[in-house]
Design a protein around this ligand. Structure first.
Ligand code: AMP
Length: 367
């Protein structure tokens, strides 16, 4: 079985590391061209550097004629992915990637399915920007529909004057203006669906972001009522079914005083699911591989309580001396850069108290 992955980053690396024991051979597309940093996937399979004209049959051949094609990110050139349609199954589908890579499409799908998200307006002309900003209560956040992840290409609007910070070029590319949600906490759900329609969900994860970047997670999230868990799982079920989704899907949510709102969908394995490598019976990476290659999906049950802390640059050399009996270190081999995700540490415990103590002890040594 051969799987080709669009992308060469840490998610491609961890998918390959989980798929190799299943007998899968990997190839990777460095879709950024010859300057792409491919160190994360060194030694894990053949890398093809994209060049103009490489598409369809020639791209398929360059990727070693894979049986299945998948992605490690939603920010892919959709036409390039679509050029492989008919040559091998693309999972998740081009349609699913198209919904999740574009905030306008994502919001429209949520609206269509009756799934609540933050109130918003869509704008793509500079002339109508001010009127739309005024149509919603402050504070707001403006988000580019197609650029940006980890809080990039976003502008906070606390008062009318702040809208001057949003470049015209960003508005013309399409933005959503969204109400700032006074959430109590942020949680995410990672789920997996196979081509027969079977679905499994990992326990809901509680996440802490700083400057838009995920810094740590704990699962299962504490003190969620069963009706709320079922509501969140029901939202993902609806989304997966409406897209005939195959593979792992992640859904980030805001928990407010009396409801839960969906913030974002990611058509792939997700940083808030990294804890599953040590904390679940089958990790998200292996389950993505199982789902897309036709193997039965594995149990998503959790071993006790699990946590994850991201290691952000600068962090050279890797802080290996900080691993303990109940923590495990994952290093991606990327070039060190301020704010870049360079690795993560997973923690497991049979008690939440002990887990939080261990995570705190790690944080106190790194800050
Ligand atoms: P996003 O790129 O949409 O996932 O946003 C990154 C992070 O910014 C989120 O995880 C939140 O912490 C914060 N954020 C984004 N949108 C909102 C919002 N409408 N209200 C409050 N916080 C937000």
């Amino acid at each position: 079985m051969r799987v080709a992955i669009f992308g060469c980053g840490q998610l491609a690396r961890m998918m390959a590391l989980a798929g190799i024991p299943l007998g899968i051979k990997f190839s990777f597309l460095a879709d950024g061209g010859p300057d792409t940093d491919t160190r994360c996937v060194d030694g894990l399979g053949d890398v093809t550097f994209w060049r103009p004209g490489l598409e369809g049959e020639s791209l398929y051949q360059a990727l070693n004629s894979p049986d299945v094609i998948t992605v490690e990110k939603e920010q892919v050139e959709l036409q390039l992915v679509a050029s492989l349609e008919g040559l091998a199954p693309i999972m998740p589908s081009v349609e699913a990637i198209n919904v999740c890579k574009n905030r306008k499409n994502e919001k429209s799908l949520l609206d269509e399915l009756g799934i609540p998200s933050a109130r918003y307006a869509y704008v793509d002309t500079v002339d109508s920007f001010e009127a739309e900003v005024k149509s919603l209560p402050f504070p707001l956040v403006v988000k580019s529909i197609s650029d940006g992840y980890d809080g990039k290409a976003q502008w906070r609007i606390k008062e009318l004057d702040d809208m001057k910070a949003v470049p015209d070029s960003a508005i013309e590319g399409g933005v959503i203006i969204e109400e700032w949600v006074p959430f109590l906490r942020e949680v995410s759900l990672v789920g997996v669906r196979d081509s027969s329609g079977e679905m499994k969900f990992y326990p809901i994860t509680e996440n802490v972001h700083e400057n838009g970047i995920l810094v740590r997670s704990i699962a299962p999230a504490n003190d969620l009522t069963q009706p709320l868990i079922e509501k969140v799982e029901g939202y993902m079920q609806k989304i997966m079914e409406s897209l005939s989704y195959v593979g792992v899907l992640a859904m980030e949510c805001f928990v407010t005083k009396d409801d839960v709102l969906v913030n974002e969908l990611a058509p792939r394995v997700h940083n808030s699911g990294h804890w599953t490598q040590q904390g679940a019976v089958t990790c998200q990476f292996q389950n993505h591989m199982r789902a897309i290659t036709g193997l039965p999906i594995g149990s998503t049950e959790c071993h006790g309580v699990a946590g994850m802390i991201n290691v952000l640059g600068p962090a050279t050399p890797p802080p290996r001396e900080l691993i303990t009996e109940y923590s495990t270190f994952h290093w991606y081999g990327k070039t060190d850069k301020h704010g870049r995700k360079l690795g993560h540490v997973n923690f497991v415990s049979d008690s939440r108290e002990k887990l939080e103590e261990d995570m705190q002890a790690y944080l106190s040594k790194t800050s």
